[in-house]
Design a protein around this ligand. Sequence first.
Ligand SMILES: Nc1ncnc2c1ncn2[C@@H]1O[C@H](COP(=O)(O)OP(=O)(O)OP(=O)(O)O)[C@@H](O)[C@H]1O
Ligand SMILES: [Mg+2]
Length: 153
Amino acid sequence: MGKMSKRSEPSTEEFISNSSEETRAWGKKLAQRLGDWACILLVGNLGAGKTTLVKGIAEELGIDPNAVTSPTFVLIREHYGRIRLIHADAYRAASTKEFIEVGLAEYLEQPGIVVIEWGEKLAELVPAHAIWIRIEILDGTRRRISLSRDGRA
Ligand SMILES: Nc1ncnc2c1ncn2[C@@H]1O[C@H](COP(=O)(O)OP(=O)(O)OP(=O)(O)O)[C@@H](O)[C@H]1O
Ligand SMILES: [Mg+2]
C-alpha cells in the first residue's frame, strides 16, 4: 500500500536567485501553482528575502505588492485579491498563543493563502500539508531557495 502512495516520497525543490527581482518572480510562479488554499512557512535570516517573496505571491493574486510589508507589529495582515492572502510574521512572537488570539487557526480553516515569515516558530499551529520554504543568503544578492512539502525546511 505505502509503496504505491504518490505522497510518500519527500519532495524538495531548489532555486538559486541572483536578485530580489528573481526571488519575487519565483514567488509569483509559486503562487500560480498553489491553488486557492495553502499554508507556507518561510524560514530564513533577517534580510534573506522572505517579504520579497511574499510580494511576488501577492502580485500573482492581484494584490498590490507595495501593500506587502513585514507585519511585525500587527502579527497578521489580510490582503484581498483574487484569492485572500494572510501574511503573518512570527519574528517577535513570544508564544504561539498570541497568533491563536489574532485568529490564525480560523484563517487556516478557510480558503486563502497563509504565508508566515519565521514560520518555524509557529510550526505546531499549522497543518501537516504546509509548504516549507527556506531562503539562505549565499553571498551578495545570491540566495538559495528550497521548497519542501514533507514538513521540514
Ligand atoms: N536574491 C535576493 N532575493 C531577495 N532579496 C534580495 C536578494 N538580493 C538582495 N536582496 C535584498 O535583501 C533584502 C531582503 O529584504 P526582505 O524584507 O525581503 O527580507 P526578509 O527576509 O523579509 O527580512 P525580515 O526577517 O527582516 O523580515 C531587500 O533589501 C532586497 O532588495
Ligand atoms: Mg520580512
